[in-house]
Design a binder for this molecule. Structure first.
Ligand code: AMP
Ligand code: ZN
Length: 136
């Protein structure tokens, strides 16, 4: 299903033009308008899902296959030195467009971007408590 007022539904389904890198039945891959680096792309499912929680499993699996294709393309054509896949869910996590999208961000030596987090610390007991909270 498409959502009436969703910009990524419109882009994914070709109602709004975009710089398309790849398209198949399920996805359109476009260049991000505000690229973190050269080649920063977004994998957009054509069916609306607000986030990963809502995304059908089949689409989630297929998105990773498309990500792999794009990664190979970026390496071959742009000669990137590395690549990040980033996927934000919820405002707290930095999601600004509420239609699932997977960022493909080619990385270059000294590109000035900081996509990594600050590592914390944890005891074995704390890790075990979290493990239980998640799994039990
Ligand atoms: P996020 O913060 O994960 O929700 O990412 C949203 C991304 O969409 C940002 O990187 C924006 O630059 C990008 N973006 C927003 N509107 C458009 C658009 N019309 N076309 C292409 N990229 C867009
Ligand atoms: Zn949508």
């Amino acid at each position: 299903m498409r959502k009436e007022d969703c910009i990524f539904c419109k882009i994914a389904n070709g109602e709004i033009p975009s710089k398309t890198l790849y398209e198949d039945d399920m996805f359109r891959v476009i260049l991000d308008l505000g690229p973190a680096t050269k080649g920063h792309a977004l994998i957009l499912p054509k069916e609306h899902a607000a986030n990963l929680y809502e995304l059908p499993e089949e689409t989630a699996a297929a998105a990773m296959v498309v990500a792999k294709k794009m990664a190979q393309k970026m390496k071959e054509k742009l000669h990137c030195d590395g690549l990040n896949l980033v996927q934000n869910n919820g405002e707290t996590a930095g999601q600004t467009v509420m239609h699932f999208h997977l960022h493909v961000i080619p990385r270059y030596n000294n590109d000035g971007q900081h996509i990594l987090w600050n590592p914390g610390t944890s005891t074995q007991e704390e890790l075990e408590a979290v493990r239980k909270e998640i799994t039990e």
